[in-house]
Design a protein around this ligand. Structure first.
Ligand SMILES: [Zn+2]
Length: 223
């Protein structure tokens, strides 16, 4: 089945009918502020969301047709590629590794996260270079996913070369971007987001850790 509005096209299964209402309502409310953040008037093409009810179809897409097959992990629940968002159905999402405690609100945040990736890709100056650290940092921040951590405990090389292999990679990306959002102007942030490969990750880790030392430790709420 298909749902289509001015800005979105969602391909889904009959079973998702009740969810589609909530998903579109959420998209309508989050899309404007996120587009504004990236200073995008309108996406170059309508956002297409494909909801998968067959895990194997999703894995095939990620490993065979996807842009980043090497990034596929058993905890992957969604991806954004070429302006399209691919996501597991809510049922499969909750069965994926690391997602057993997730609820519908987390599912909506994941869709927001992927929407941020789509917007980010639009402003990238070189579409072939998208460092995971900055990409996941801005997506988790704008989607308000609670991935804060009190200390960045890995090297710049690990974050640059083996991002998805690192335990806590999303927490590191989220916290480093959180530091940047608090300490850099919007123009500086946009400049970084347009050319994220130019960032000096080593200095960023040091700056973030210094900043974290001076701020109150925040308790991470685990569900
Ligand atoms: Zn992501």
């Amino acid at each position: 089945m298909k749902f289509e509005s001015n800005n979105f096209l969602i391909e889904y299964d009959e079973k998702d009918e009740l969810l589609i209402n909530e998903i579109t309502k959420n998209l309508e409310s989050i899309s404007k502020p996120i587009l504004n953040f990236f200073e995008i008037k309108k996406l170059s093409k309508k956002l297409n969301i494909i909801i998968y009810h067959d895990l194997q179809d999703f894995i095939n897409f990620r490993t065979k047709n996807g842009k980043y097959p090497q990034r596929y992990k058993s905890w992957n629940v969604a991806s954004a590629e070429m302006g399209n968002v691919h996501i597991l159905s809510l049922e499969l999402y909750k069965q994926a590794d690391n997602h057993h405690n997730c609820d519908f609100n987390d599912y909506l945040k994941t869709i927001t996260h992927e929407f941020v990736h789509v917007c980010h890709e639009e402003i990238l100056l070189n579409k072939n270079i998208m460092p995971a650290l900055i990409m996941e940092g801005i997506a988790t921040q704008l989607a308000k996913q609670p991935y804060y951590i009190n200390h960045i405990d890995c090297t710049a090389e690990e974050l640059t070369k083996n991002f998805y292999q690192i335990k806590n990679c999303y927490r590191y990306a989220h916290t480093i971007m959180g530091y940047m959002l608090k300490n850099k102007s919007h123009n500086e942030i946009l400049k970084i987001l347009r050319e994220p490969h130019k960032v000096d990750v080593d200095s960023l880790i040091k700056e973030t850790n210094n900043f974290l030392k001076e701020t109150e430790p925040v308790q991470i709420k685990e569900k």
